[in-house]
Write a protein that binds this ligand. Structure first.
Ligand SMILES: Cc1cc2nc3c(=O)[nH]c(=O)nc-3n(C[C@H](O)[C@H](O)[C@H](O)COP(=O)(O)OP(=O)(O)OC[C@H]3O[C@@H](n4cnc5c(N)ncnc54)[C@H](O)[C@@H]3O)c2cc1C
Length: 465
């Protein structure tokens, strides 16, 4: 038998799950936690177990750079890291896991274009991440857009351009002026990093492409950022929050704290203080909620996140682990609360990535390979980019703003992108963006109905949603 035939015979025996007697490890979710779990598991268990990754898409989305896709600084493909290339040799299935049977040890996979089927597991790692947190607010499901996926980022970019283009073409009549006000107002709910970065970067971008319009001046656009909290960017602490607020206000962004949206229509939003704002653009970034798959499990949760021990295992269920935004992981490096409770880790990529590596180690340990460990990581600090040279960062607790923060923010993203080709693509696009005219064409159009949260984030596909 030639070497090629021997190799293909060996591979096809291994790819046939019925003849493969090795333990079956299934990882659900190809985001930060799932990707790093799969990559580490593949290296640790080698041929001693069959590792399968189940993901709806064939890429890891580097979501911290989504606002830069929404402003065309980056091409969508720059932040979509191909799973097949980054995880060679790993068995991959594309589709959503819509149910987990803990007794028969199977997951139900619903591919986009074919019939659902079951997959058996001996070890299961759940890392389905989170979705945009929705509230029971009239009009929100139909009119609010999240910023969690590439279709949403692409839609928002095209939508903002289209609103300004339409306003540019309106006659100077009473009706025209009324419509212009709706078209030229952008409302973002949630002053965390997603909402703040979106407003700041989009405002900066629109100012930089003023020559696209003849009657519309970017200064005519009303940017409104609202949040029930009393601070902008609470993730970065009060000092940087105040600095971010000043940057936004200097740029003419209206920041309304202590209020939120109570109703939305296609042409207005009503705030909880009774103010009605005429707008056709409502961006929803008021926090995240764990993937609805977690609620469908019927297991104990904390604020919707699956309760796990410090080694990321699900208590009382041998062979089951969870990591990332979907899991309530005890934060052993955090400060215990006044009543002696250990806090849980924040839903960040920084934690998800490191939890992925630890969960892989612990799954391997359950197979007798190496030893297990508890998850412990001290936060390295977050970064926020406001477009241009404006940014805020708190690396290792040191507060920075301006160009120094920008360098830290960009350096952090280049370090955190999981592959070298992705780093080169992003760095090259940043270089182009700094020397070439800003990109303004509307490509990859996404229909408005495909960009509402339920469709873009597939939140309605689970048994009890
Ligand atoms: C705009 C934005 C900016 C951000 N900025 C930062 C930042 O600066 N720093 C930082 O640390 N964090 C940041 N975050 C948060 C960070 O992206 C998340 O904390 C991180 O992605 C969580 O990793 P995860 O693996 O838990 O989930 P994800 O990375 O979201 O991955 C979950 C994966 O599971 C898949 N999935 C979902 N449901 C299923 C299912 N039923 N079956 C199979 N697969 C499923 C998803 O498609 C996805 O591939 C930002 C997030 C956003 C949206």
């Amino acid at each position: 038998m030639t070497r090629y035939r021997r190799r293909t015979a060996h591979r096809s025996r291994r790819d046939d799950p019925t003849s493969d007697q090795r333990p079956r490890i299934v990882v659900v979710g190809g985001g930060f936690a799932g990707f790093y779990a799969t990559r580490s598991l593949h290296r640790l268990v080698r041929d001693q177990a069959r590792v399968t990754l189940v993901s709806p898409a064939d890429f890891l989305l580097y979501s911290p750079l989504l606002p830069e896709v929404a402003t065309g600084v980056l091409d969508p493909r720059d932040i979509a890291v191909p799973l097949r290339q980054a995880l060679p040799g790993v068995h991959q299935l594309y589709g959503h896991v819509t149910a987990v049977d803990l007794d028969s040890r199977t997951v139900r996979i619903s591919p986009r274009d074919s019939a659902p089927h079951d997959l058996a597991w001996d070890r299961l790692v759940l890392a389905p991440g989170s979705v945009t947190r929705e509230f029971d607010i009239p009009g929100m499901p139909e009119h609010a857009h999240g910023l969690k996926t590439l279709p949403e980022a692409t839609f928002l970019r095209n939508h903002v351009l289209a609103q300004l283009d339409r306003a540019d073409a309106l006659p100077d009549t009473d009706a025209g002026r009324r419509e212009r006000e709706e078209l030229l107002t952008v409302v973002a709910v949630g002053a965390g990093y997603t909402g703040t970065e979106f407003v700041a970067q989009t405002q900066h971008w629109v100012r930089g492409i003023a020559s696209r319009w003849t009657t519309v001046d970017p200064a005519d656009v009303r940017w409104l950022l609202v949040d029930v909290a009393t601070q902008v960017l609470p993730e970065l602490g009060p000092r940087l929050g105040r600095a971010a607020l000043k940057i936004l206000q200097r740029r003419g962004v209206e920041v309304r704290l202590g209020v939120t949206v109570s109703a939305a229509t296609g042409t207005s939003v009503t705030l909880t203080d009774g103010t009605v704002v005429a707008t056709r653009t409502l961006v929803w970034s008021a926090g995240v909620a764990p993937s609805p798959l977690i609620a469908a499990l019927g297991l104990p949760t904390s604020r919707g996140r699956l309760v796990v021990d410090a080694d990321l295992s699900v208590p009382g269920h041998t062979g089951l682990w969870a990591a990332g935004d979907a899991a309530a992981v005890p934060d052993l490096a955090g400060m215990t609360t006044a009543d002696g409770q250990v806090p849980v880790t924040a839903p960040t990529a920084q934690h998800a990535q490191r939890q992925g590596v630890v969960v892989a180690r612990n799954v391997a340990a359950s197979l007798g390979i190496g030893s297990s460990k508890r998850y412990r990581h001290r936060d390295l600090g977050l970064v926020a980019d406001f477009g241009g040279t404006a940014a805020a960062a708190r690396p290792l607790g040191i507060p920075l703003t301006g160009p120094a923060a920008k360098v830290v923010a960009r350096g952090y993203h280049l370090y955190a992108l999981p592959t070298i080709p992705a780093r080169i693509r992003v760095a090259t696009d940043w270089l182009y963006a700094s020397i070439l005219p800003t990109r303004v064409v509307q490509l990859d159009t996404v229909r408005a109905e495909d960009a509402v949260i339920r469709s873009a984030q597939s939140t309605g596909i689970y048994a009890d949603t």
